[in-house]
Design a protein around this ligand. Structure first.
Ligand SMILES: CC(C)(COP(=O)(O)OP(=O)(O)OC[C@H]1O[C@@H](n2cnc3c(N)ncnc32)[C@H](O)[C@@H]1OP(=O)(O)O)[C@@H](O)C(=O)NCCC(=O)NCCS
Length: 236
């Protein structure tokens, strides 16, 4: 019970520390009364306790669905959530049964920590401590996002991410590791993608041009030969 209160207090502090809008005493009251992420985590802590410690059937799942109804955040009672986690805004967040979320993780609205639909057993991601998962990002399958990494908003991550990395795009690609750029991001510039039809048309145009040039040269050569032959005959 003591541990439960400790975790709830840590979630409260996380919301106060990481949301610049939660300032002063009014901020503290706002977190308690109007932060769906805080409410969802509080109720999840109770659901998880009923599910994993007391092995009570059905009730934890019903409570988690009620939480979803109230906050827009769906966390399966089996999911393991560390201390000091902050779910900002929260609407549309889904966290699967076998997901593990480390301490001090920040999760924005629309994030899915889900399965790919192809696995059984441990089929949801493990997100290590101090990770930030950007709005709308999907982290799918039994993969591991290393500590202190950042998942860009809207990314779809399907493979392990090493620690202290920034991963962005669909599918997610590591663009920074320990602060250093490790991929020429111009390859992510979708405006500069090669156009195969344009390339083929260009090739065809070049071939037709070469063909016409060869044909003209041949005609010119033949004409020159005829001219010189006629000149030769007339001289005779
Ligand atoms: C990924 C993120 C954390 C930035 O991390 P960072 O390590 O500081 O990385 P940078 O900003 O230097 O970006 C690295 C490259 O990835 C690109 N990038 C950044 N975020 C991206 C995203 N979400 N999707 C696609 N590309 C992205 C950048 O354009 C940059 O490319 P460049 O080097 O060609 O300019 C940040 O962009 C992000 O998405 N944060 C989530 C914030 C959020 O969800 N807020 C919701 C508030 S309600």
């Amino acid at each position: 019970m003591c541990k439960l209160f400790h975790k709830i207090a840590a979630d409260f502090r996380a919301a106060r520390d990481r949301d610049p809008a939660a300032r002063g005493w009014s901020g503290a009251v706002e977190v308690i009364l109007s932060y769906p992420g805080f409410h969802a985590l509080l109720l999840h802590r109770i659901c998880h306790c009923l599910h994993s410690n007391f092995h009570i059937p059905v009730l934890p799942r019903l409570l988690s669905q009620l939480t979803r109804f109230l906050t827009g955040i769906e966390i399966h009672p089996g999911a393991t959530i560390g201390e000091g986690v902050f779910i900002d805004h929260g609407m549309g967040v889904v966290i699967g049964e076998t997901a593990e979320v480390g301490n001090n993780v920040t999760i924005y609205q629309g994030v899915t920590l889900g399965g790919t639909g192809k696995e059984a057993g441990k089929r949801h991601p493990t997100v290590e401590e101090n990770v930030v998962v950007g709005a709308g990002a999907k982290v799918l399958g039994n993969i591991r996002v290393g500590h202190h990494s950042m998942v860009g908003a809207g990314s779809v991550v399907l493979k392990d991410v090493p620690p202290s990395c920034t991963v962005v795009g669909i599918p997610g690609v590591v663009v920074r590791q320990k602060g250093k750029r490790i991929l020429a991001c111009s390859s992510l510039n979708h405006q500069d993608l090669p156009d195969p039809i344009q390339e083929q048309l260009g090739q065809l145009e070049q071939e037709v041009e070469d063909h016409i040039k060869r044909w003209l040269n041949r005609v010119l050569e033949e004409w020159k030969t005829n001219e010189s032959q006629q000149l030769h005959h007339s001289e005779k």
